[in-house]
Design a protein around this ligand. Structure first.
Ligand SMILES: [Zn+2]
Ligand SMILES: [Zn+2]
Length: 132
């Protein structure tokens, strides 16, 4: 793995939020000034193919932007707030059960299961109640 690829993976791993390609480029550039746009896109494609990262559209909160995160053992759901754009993660044993149920009933070997939920986060829903 090249130094540039490593720098990009580290950037994704250390990110505290879900980042799009442009933000990743900005952060990775600080780590390795040789990283350019083309490297970022090429590396993201490769990591996606290798199953190391997931690409998310997060309810298209920001148009066609895609976000990236390092794949974890446990699949999680993303809760996207339509008002402030906050993304929260949620995992539940029920989600894992549902996966097993689908596999069993449809004889389908699930490799990835993604669930995105759009709505209002606790803060925004609370604010709306105050305004009403
Ligand atoms: Zn919100
Ligand atoms: Zn996530």
């Amino acid at each position: 793995m090249t130094a540039q690829r490593r720098a990009l993976i580290e950037t994704i791993q250390e990110a505290t939020s879900h980042l799009d390609a442009a933000s990743l480029l900005k952060l990775a550039h600080k780590r390795d000034p040789k990283i350019d746009r083309a490297t970022v896109y090429r590396t993201l494609e490769l990591l996606k193919r290798l199953g190391m990262i997931d690409e998310l559209d997060l309810m298209h909160l920001n148009g066609e932007k895609h976000y990236y995160e390092v794949k974890t053992q446990k699949d999680h759901m993303h809760l996207a707030c339509f008002n402030c754009g906050e993304i929260e993660e949620f995992s539940s044993p029920t989600f894992e059960q549902l996966k097993q149920e689908i596999s069993a009933k449809k004889n389908f070997e699930i490799q990835v299961m993604r669930l995105e939920i759009g709505g209002l986060c606790e803060r925004c829903a609370g604010q709306r109640k105050v305004l009403q």
